[in-house]
Design a protein around this ligand. Structure first.
Ligand code: NAD
Ligand code: HSE
Ligand code: NA
Length: 434
């Protein structure tokens, strides 16, 4: 059968880090794309906030549209590439209108999909168009493709990983160079890794957006962002990073999705992982996604999770799939069948924990703390107490044997009532990964 060689006409909404990257890939890799894909991919229209800005891009012959939503009804557009960002506003309006006008959508917008993914997937299926978003989860790593296609024969029991490049970059730099959090964040922003509002990165929200999408693809359920228990890395201090090293761990911001007997567990938080584990060695802007399938076993993908090139690479691959006529349901299962799933209660999470307390160094303080742990049935695995300073707060570090999040929560609350404990406890779960 003769291949369809009609150009695939695309519109790009947003010409920032990712939008400009898409144009780079299409132009610089034109030859390789022509080899791999029967239909040329041609940019016919663009929209961004500031028309006069010099972006160093060659946009000759490309139609500039002031209102991005108008790209949805542009007569010379088959696919809308949405790289504006944000779960509401112009990005949502554009994507909804594009689908309604039977145009395929490729997006890097995890916030939009985390909040409206199931409804958009349903609309796309009913309209007979593709909704592709490989760039939205773990940037350049083809994780959606891997899970939806390569691992499709498996029952997935768990998916977890490093899902935010900015946080991983910050934690790596803090550990390796001792630099301050704010300093490293500014650098991640300059490198184009961070979200428009970087609190989405450092408070774990971006990783939670991605996790909610991943769990939907992995477990065949409706996207449930509200079901993710979220915390970020703002409270991870140089002291915790040093103690992690001493205890044989690294601190990583992980997103973890698991099937449990109580429902689906979705968590994003900084945690300690064994220094010898694969994930501990994934540093800088790199992301990693580990999937467990009942026949394939464990599968690990590592690559750059943010930045102009890797993100654009994923978007152009999605465009090539559309050009090849290869369009799958957005979340593995047909959108019609995506049901909300029961979420496991947070307090039931079982595991070991690291607790750092800042205390007044006086007799009896350790006994008081140990008494609280005994009362709550939390068993200690180790304790580090170093240095003496009658005038300054001193750190006291504990690791526990397996307990529950609820029990640790009760311990933390009761410790705050002890006068010699000067700050709320710094708590990090310990994940026994291999
Ligand atoms: N930067 C990354 O590494 C990365 C990686 C994966 C996904 N993403 C996602 O890609 C999207 C874009 O991110 P970015 O880093 O390129 O952001 P950016 O801030 O660099 O670019 C955003 C672009 O959108 C334009 N824009 C904003 N509001 C607009 C509107 N109302 N109409 C038309 N254009 C508008 C801006 O002018 C700008 O050109 C976001 O959803 C982000 O979460 C980014
Ligand atoms: N801000 C995101 C971009 C990639 O999704 C990150 O740092 O991972
Ligand atoms: Na990806």
């Amino acid at each position: 059968m003769a291949a369809d060689r009609k150009p695939l006409r695309i519109a790009i909404a947003g010409l920032g880090t990712v939008g400009a990257g898409v144009i780079d890939v299409l132009q610089q890799n034109a030859e390789i794309l022509a080899k791999h894909c029967p239909r040329p991919i041609v940019v016919t229209a663009v929209s961004a906030r500031d028309k006069s800005k010099d972006r160093g891009l060659n946009l000759s012959g490309v139609d500039w549209v002031d209102d991005a939503a108008k790209l949805a009804e542009h007569p010379n557009v088959d696919v809308v590439v949405e790289v504006i960002g944000g779960s509401e506003g112009k990005a949502k309006e554009l994507v909804e209108k594009a689908i309604a006008n039977k145009k395929h959508v490729v997006t890097a917008n995890k916030a939009l999909l985390a909040h409206h993914g199931t409804a958009l997937a349903l609309a796309a299926e009913r309209a007979g168009v593709g909704l592709a978003y490989e760039a939205a989860v773990a940037g350049g790593i083809p994780v959606i493709k891997a899970m939806r296609e390569g691992l499709a024969a498996n029952r997935i029991t768990q998916v977890y990983g490093i899902l935010n490049g900015t946080c991983n970059y910050i934690l790596t730099q803090m550990r390796e160079t001792g630099r301050e959090f704010a300093d490293v964040l500014a650098e991640a922003q300059k490198l184009g890794y961070a979200e428009a509002d970087p609190s989405f990165d450092v408070d774990g929200v971006d990783a939670a957006h991605k996790l909610s999408i991943l769990t939907s693809v992995a477990f065949g359920v409706a996207v449930n962002f509200a079901g993710v228990r979220i915390s970020g890395i703002r409270n991870v201090s140089a002291m915790d990073i040093a103690y992690a090293d001493e205890l044989g761990y690294r601190i990583k911001l992980l997103g973890i999705g698991r099937q449990t007997p109580h429902g689906i567990e979705q968590r994003v938080h900084a945690c300690m992982v064994p220094a010898a584990s694969t994930i501990a060695k994934v540093d800088g802007v790199y992301n990693a996604v580990v999937t467990s399938g009942n026949f394939v076993g464990e599968n690990i993908a590592i690559g750059r999770g943010a930045g102009r090139g890797p993100t654009a690479s994923a978007i152009v691959a999605d465009l090539m799939d559309i050009a090849r006529g290869f369009i799958l349901p957005a979340f593995s299962a047909p959108a019609e069948s995506l049901e909300p799933a029961a979420q496991a209660p947070v307090g039931l999470h079982a595991g070991s924990y690291y607790l750092r307390l800042m205390v007044v160094d006086k007799p009896g303080v350790v006994a008081d703390i140990a008494g609280v742990m005994r009362d709550e049935n939390v068993s200690l695995e180790s304790m580090i107490q170093r240095g003496r300073s009658p005038n300054d707060p001193v750190p006291l570090v504990f690791t526990t044997h397996e307990t529950t999040e609820a029990a640790v929560g009760r311990v933390v609350k009761r410790l705050s009532d002890i006068k010699s404990v000067l700050e709320p406890a710094h708590v990090l779960p310990i994940e026994p990964l291999s």
